[in-house]
Design a protein around this ligand. Structure first.
Ligand code: KG4
Ligand code: ZN
Length: 342
């Protein structure tokens, strides 16, 4: 088999994704998001997400097959997110993938969602130089990965000890009375604010914290600091300078993310860094990371936004890599693992 034709299914959070690749060539990437259903709750409701996956899965599959112009019987393998993610949501994708693989009599691969975020870059930029460091930032995860072999050796060297960065954006947006998801809204408002207006804390960057948590992140203290600051202003009867709060909060998040990512890249002596996840769309994060990686001669790779957010192509991409590497398929009785480590 030269270039395997692989279909990937993603359903770990609120995006139902079906992607199809041939080797490292992207043939289809169909995504249906249930984000609109979660708006009134101000966050993803697991039960609502699971039900939405159930109704969106087969139509997404049909659209992907039509877009790729393939016959399902031509597939070499089916890949699906086994975790991490929301239990009920993962189960919808896994059940669909098992049914498809069994019906077609094709090998099935349960893969790691975070590794998918790394592998998707292969579709855009080709071979990833090894070793590399990946910074994955979304509403569900904030991780620094040391990648030495795409299919065999990825180590999580840092992660959030509380809120994910995107989650912090969503929570701060909520306390400012802004719409969900908060990331894009804060990003936009911050453009008119002063990032130096308010000195919000940089989580886990004090010397003592760095000794214990060098590449780990913490954003819940920052969220509380913003809440306190806003509350105090309200008690004092003053207006809330929303743009300045957004810009100062965003600066604190992006400063820590980029500082720790560059620190990890230097520590592991890598020449390439990959940025992925929904928060990779953030304008300040992109600029600051570009500046700070360029300053130390590190090449920054950032797949286009549609491939950074959760999607099926990233799962097909890692599926294709494991098939090429000759990894044995998963047995059909595997289940979802909400806390699956990389
Ligand atoms: O990867 P994603 O679509 O889904 C998961 O959470 O897995 O990421 C969504 C998250 C949300 O928290 C959203 O607020 C955040 O990414 N986000 C942003 C931006 N666009 C999306 N955060 C900051 N700036 C943005 N421009
Ligand atoms: Zn993700």
């Amino acid at each position: 088999m030269n270039e395997p034709l692989v279909l990937g299914i993603e359903s770990s959070c609120d995006e139902t994704g079906v992607g199809i690749v041939r080797g490292r060539e992207l043939l289809a990437n169909e995504v249906a998001s249930s984000v609109d259903l979660h708006v009134r709750f101000g966050g993803v409701v697991p039960e609502v997400a699971s039900r939405a996956h159930l109704s969106a899965m087969v139509p997404a599959l049909e659209r992907a097959v039509a877009a790729a112009d393939i016959d399902l019987r031509q597939l070499d393998a089916v890949a699906v997110t086994a975790g991490p993610g929301l239990m009920g949501a993962l189960l919808v994708g896994i059940s669909s993938a098992k049914a498809l693989a069994t019906y077609l009599n094709k090998p099935l691969y349960g893969v790691n969602h975070l590794v998918g975020h790394v592998a998707v870059d292969l579709l855009e930029d080709g071979e990833l130089p090894m070793p590399s460091v990946a910074l994955l930032v979304s509403g569900g995860h904030t991780s620094l990965l040391h990648v030495t072999d795409m299919t065999r050796s990825i180590t999580e060297v840092g992660s959030t000890i509380d809120d994910a960065a995107g989650e912090a954006y969503d929570k701060v947006a909520r306390l400012l009375g802004l719409a969900y998801p908060g990331g894009p809204v804060i990003d936009k408002l911050a453009a008119d604010g002063d990032p130096g207006a308010i000195a919000f804390p940089r989580g886990l960057t004090a010397r003592r914290d760095m000794e214990q948590h060098r590449f780990d992140f913490s954003f819940s203290g920052l969220k509380t600091a913003v809440a306190r600051w806003v509350e105090l202003r309200r008690l004092e009867g003053k207006d809330i300078p929303v743009a300045d709060v957004c810009a100062s909060f965003q600066e604190a998040v992006c400063d820590v993310l980029t500082r720790k990512a560059v620190d990890a890249a230097r520590h592991f002596d890598v020449d390439t860094m990959l940025l992925g996840g929904g928060v990779a769309a953030n304008s300040r994060l992109r600029t600051l990371l570009e500046e700070r990686t360029a300053a130390v001669g590190i090449e920054l790779r950032r797949p286009r936004p549609a491939l950074c957010t959760d999607n099926g192509a990233m799962i097909a991409a890692i599926g294709s890599e494991v098939v090429r590497a000759g990894v044995a398929p998963s047995s059909l009785d595997f289940s979802a693992n909400p806390g699956l480590p990389v």
